[in-house]
Structures are given as C-alpha cells and as structure tokens.
Design a protein around this ligand. Structure first.
Ligand SMILES: *Cc1c(COP(=O)(O)O)cnc(C)c1O
Length: 330
C-alpha cells in the first residue's frame, strides 16, 4: 500500500517547524544543530505520539470502536495525547498506568501528565508494577466489552508498524524542509523508547534512500534490546508499504550510555542538558526522553564526533509537561 492510501485522521499541527539553534551550536563549537519541533504537534501540549495516533485512531474508527485503551508509565506523554485524541473525537479513553518508575513525589503522582489526563476526562488506573501484567489489559478490555463498549487497544507508546507510519510521513516533511533550507543532513538524533519513532524515521530514510546517520539514545536499557525492537518495527513498517529492499539492520544505532539508573530516573547529564538548552535557546526539553537524548548529543559534540560544519537534526519528541512532575530536581 502507498502511504498516502493508508487511513489517517488529522490530529497534529503539521508541518512542525525546523529551527536552527545558533547559541547551542556556538557554545559546543559545532556541529550546526537544528531542532525538529515535534513538541509543537498540538493535541494537548504536543509530542511525537500525535503523529502515530493519526494512523492508529483512524484504524479504531474504521473498526467502529468507541473507546481507546492504552498503557504506559504514570507520566506517559502517550497516554495524555491518547486521552486528548479520544476527547477530540468523542470517544472514551481508559488508561492503565502501572507504577513502573521508583519515583513518588506528590508532583510526579498528581501533576504533569496525570493532571492533564484527568482534565481530558480519561479513566485512570495506577496498578503497582507487581500487580500489572498483560492480563491486566485483557481484564480491562473484557470489562469494557461486558459493558457494551467497543474498545481499541493501543500498545505502549503507539509503537506498532501502523503507528510508525506517522514517522515515515514525518521524514518526508523533514526532508522537504531541509531541501528548502539547503541543509545536507549529516545525522539525526532521536530518543528511543518503545521505538516506533526511531523505527518510523529509519523506514522513512530508507524509503527515501537518504543516507543520514540516525542515532538513537535509549531512555531505558539496553541498547541491544532497543536495536532489535527498532529493526523489527522498521522492517514491518516497510512491509506495510510493500518495500522489498535489503534488511534494515545495518542502519540501526542505539546508544544507552545516558539512561542512568533507569527509565524515568534523573541523571546529572540530563539536568545539565535541560538547563543548558533552556538558557541558551529558550527551548524546553523534558526529563525522561529529550533531556537524555540531548545529553547524548552534547557528549558526541564534546568528543569531537562531528565536523563543525556538519548539520545535525535533534528530533524534539515533546514531553515538556513532564517537567512539572519533576519540579524538585530543577
Ligand atoms: C514516547 C516518547 C518518546 C519515545 O518514542 P518511542 O516511539 O516510544 O520510542 C520520546 N520522547 C517523548 C517525549 C515521548 O513521549
């Protein structure tokens, strides 16, 4: 199938801007760092999940579903944007958010994305990590069906081959912008979580036969697990588009040196990166994903891994509401 023929509901504000970061680039002595502003996709404060939800929600509607069900950590940005998509389309939304992050300040439990989920009218459950299993989701789905609802389940992060198509489409958008600005893209940096974003970008680059190096920074361990996820999802997304070229494996690169003690747990390098970019560029990152990926990019620049004139795209995947959940560390 051609990408243009896959059903899609418009949810995101597109195209998102591609902006140069002159002061950060100067401060590091190069490379030339650009930011792709997917923190500005709209849908209740932006983020990468809006692009995936355009395809996933289209499938839910085509199947006649009336309730979106998804899962993630308590401060899941994906859960918040799913709740917003449901509200916008008049669907119900049920969020199952296991307490997988050993962080339990009042802000973490009540502010940031949790506040927004409640405001958007989603049903919320916070099982403990021990209570939670795949069967917990089955129970919710069975319960909803028993009530006469028709639920549509979106896996964590919306990272299915269909969801990843949102980022295949996004690559076309980015390459068009880069061409207009006459920037030859050397490297693209992205956080790698449930991996649909990284996989979709990779699939998009492969389809476009663009040679940019795509560097993922893991937000939870390990690089090897993330690389396997990215390769599988990218291959499956390309299969949906009937691509028959060589395997994607050799183009998958994930670095997990900036995860720190674990998913959603702060690191000094993340705090430095978030503060630096805020103060040099007036640009807000987030503590869980983009702060750690930017820490990785800063490290590569300091190690002299780029020429000063290389053009690097930092893909800002959003998550800024999470800043309020981590008030204490800033
Ligand atoms: C979900 C998320 C990511 C990771 O994207 P995946 O497709 O899950 O790898 C990155 N940044 C933010 C802000 C997110 O919410």
């Amino acid at each position: 199938m051609k990408l243009a023929d896959v059903a899609r509901v418009r949810l995101a504000h597109l195209p998102t801007p591609l902006e140069f970061l002159p002061r950060l680039s100067d401060y590091l002595g190069g490379p030339r760092i650009w930011v792709k502003r997917d923190d500005q996709t709209g849908l209740a404060l932006g983020g990468n999940k809006a692009r995936k939800l355009e395809f996933l929600v289209a499938e839910a509607l085509a199947q006649g579903c009336d309730t979106l069900v998804t899962t993630g950590g308590p401060q899941s940005n994906h859960a918040r944007q799913t709740a917003a998509a449901a509200a916008k389309l008049g669907l119900h939304c049920e969020l199952v958010l296991p307490r997988v992050v050993p962080w339990s300040t009042p802000e973490y439990e009540q502010s940031g994305n949790v506040l927004l989920d409640r405001l958007l009218g989603a049903g919320l459950e916070f099982p403990t990590a021990e209570e939670f299993s795949p069967q917990s989701i089955d129970k919710v789905l069975t319960g909803l069906t028993a009530q006469g609802r028709k639920p549509y389940f979106i896996p964590v992060g919306g990272s299915t081959p269909l969801g990843a198509l949102g980022y295949v489409l996004a690559v076309g958008e980015l390459l068009g912008q880069a061409q207009d600005l006459q920037i030859p893209i050397h490297t693209i940096v992205v956080p790698t979580g449930s991996a649909g974003t990284h996989a979709g970008i990779l699939a998009g680059l492969i389809e476009a036969e663009h040679p940019a190096h795509l560097q993922g920074f893991a937000v939870s361990a390990t690089a090897r697990e993330k690389e396997a996820l990215v390769a599988t999802l990218a291959q499956q997304a390309l299969e949906l588009l009937e691509y028959t070229g060589p395997a994607v494996g050799p183009r998958v690169h994930v670095d997990d040196r900036f995860v720190g003690p674990g998913y959603g747990l702060p690191t000094d390098a993340m705090i430095e990166a978030v503060k630096l970019v805020a103060r040099l560029e007036g640009l807000l990152l987030d503590p869980v994903y983009t702060g750690k990926a930017m820490a990785g990019l800063i490290d590569l620049a300091r190690q002299g891994k780029f020429a000063p004139t290389d053009h690097v795209i930092f893909w800002h995947t959003g998550g800024t509401p999470g800043l309020f959940a981590y008030q204490q560390i800033f």
